[in-house]
Design a protein around this ligand. Structure first.
Ligand code: SAM
Ligand code: SF4
Length: 355
């Protein structure tokens, strides 16, 4: 008996997540959602004064998404058009097994679906992890560093040690990663280091971004308005020493950039309290418990953990929940420091949503 002629098989899809993709994520204000920030833990080995109270209560471990669940969720997002993934926390590098997660995510870089895999870290564990992160395709890392003074560093972070972070930054550079420094502008704390920090970054080849304090989370005795140093003032002071050229670069986020003509460095200003970035906002945030926040400054969120756990082998419900959530992305946030009160304060901590 003659066997039926074989039908040529269709080539397998290059990436199953891409193959499944139907329509990209577009919110009601026609903004394409291409950037996901993922908090992989609310825990941290520091207790920065603007971020946490000294006696933080952390979430029960059972509430956290497992690394497999995080992989699954992030992969669904990649399938829906997310091209940039920033891993944050808490301190992402204190999450047990986190390298496995980076290794798993690197397959989306290999497939071309993901354009960038990156992280924001306090740098304390970088010396240990930098080579493996680089091997996973991490090309850039944001390290938070508000001061170059060891005593001040200890005061700001309460539990941190500056030399450990410096070693981490050196290890990241040695592994071939670009390091961007994030510094929170703190009134009366690092005002006097504006030029030293800028020049230190220039020498090390680091871009530098200043962040205005955001009114998030209860800090115990710390007062937000005491910490607040306006970036308008910071920028004006920077301009007394350097020639600043405005850049048109937009990250889809709250940063505005200038170039310092004397050093060639790119300096960013993140002023989340201004509304001037909302119209181009391309991002959403996933917490370590699987809640999706459509805006850092709003309480609206969607639970993705329930659909994820309800159907362990089927992503359709998760995908639907994501699409429904994106339809609720607000036009902008409600932060406001005017009138010298902290209006629009958000009760959750930055370490929960992921800064
Ligand atoms: N632990 C990592 C780190 O410190 O880089 C990642 C998480 S941390 C929440 C992310 C960023 O948020 C850091 O650059 C930190 O300085 C910033 N941050 C935390 N609390 C903030 C606040 N209340 N206002 C402004 N920035 C804040
Ligand atoms: Fe930890 Fe980062 Fe918050 Fe500092 S800013 S306490 S390092 S999560």
């Amino acid at each position: 008996m003659n066997a039926a002629p074989k039908q040529p098989l269709a080539p397998p899809p290059r990436n199953p997540y891409l193959a499944r993709m139907t329509a990209p994520l577009i919110d009601p204000f026609a903004r394409a959602i291409t950037y996901l920030r993922v908090s992989v833990t609310d825990r941290c080995d520091f207790r920065c004064v603007y971020c946490m109270s000294e006696n933080m209560t952390f979430l029960p471990k059972a509430d956290l998404l497992s690394l497999e669940e995080l992989d699954r969720l992030c992969s669904v997002f990649v399938g829906l058009g997310v091209q940039k993934l920033r891993i944050t926390g808490g301190e992402p590098l204190v999450r047990k097994g986190i390298l496995t997660f980076f290794q798993r995510m690197s397959r989306h870089l290999d497939s071309g679906a993901l354009k960038e895999l990156t992280l924001t870290t306090n740098g304390s564990q970088l010396a240990r992890y930098a080579p493996q992160l680089a091997a996973c395709g991490v090309r850039r890392v944001n390290v938070s560093l508000d001061t170059l003074d060891p005593a001040k560093f200890a005061r700001i972070t309460r539990w941190g040690r500056l030399p450990q972070v410096m070693d981490g930054i050196a290890a990241a550079r040695a592994a071939g990663m670009r390091v961007k420094i994030n510094a929170v502008a703190l009134k009366g704390v690092n005002e006097d280091e504006l030029f030293t920090l800028t020049e230190w970054c220039a020498q090390g080849g680091h871009d530098l971004t200043f962040i205005e304090v955001m009114p998030m989370g209860d800090l115990g005795n710390e007062d937000r308005l005491d910490q607040y140093w306006s970036l308008k003032d910071l920028r004006a002071r920077l301009a007394t020493r350097f020639a600043l050229t405005d850049l048109t670069d937009r990250s889809g986020g709250p940063a505005r950039y200038v170039r310092l003509e004397e050093t060639g460095q790119k300096i960013g200003f993140i002023t989340p309290l201004s509304h001037n970035f909302c119209e181009s906002c391309n991002r959403v945030r996933l917490t370590c418990t699987g809640e999706l926040y459509m805006c850092l400054g709003q309480e609206d969120r969607a639970d993705l953990r329930a659909p994820l756990r309800a159907a362990p082998a089927d992503d359709a419900a998760v995908e639907q929940a994501i699409r429904r959530a994106i339809l609720h992305k607000p036009k902008g946030h409600d932060f406001d420091y005017s009138r010298q009160t902290v209006a629009g304060q958000v009760t959750r901590h930055m370490s929960h949503t992921g800064g």
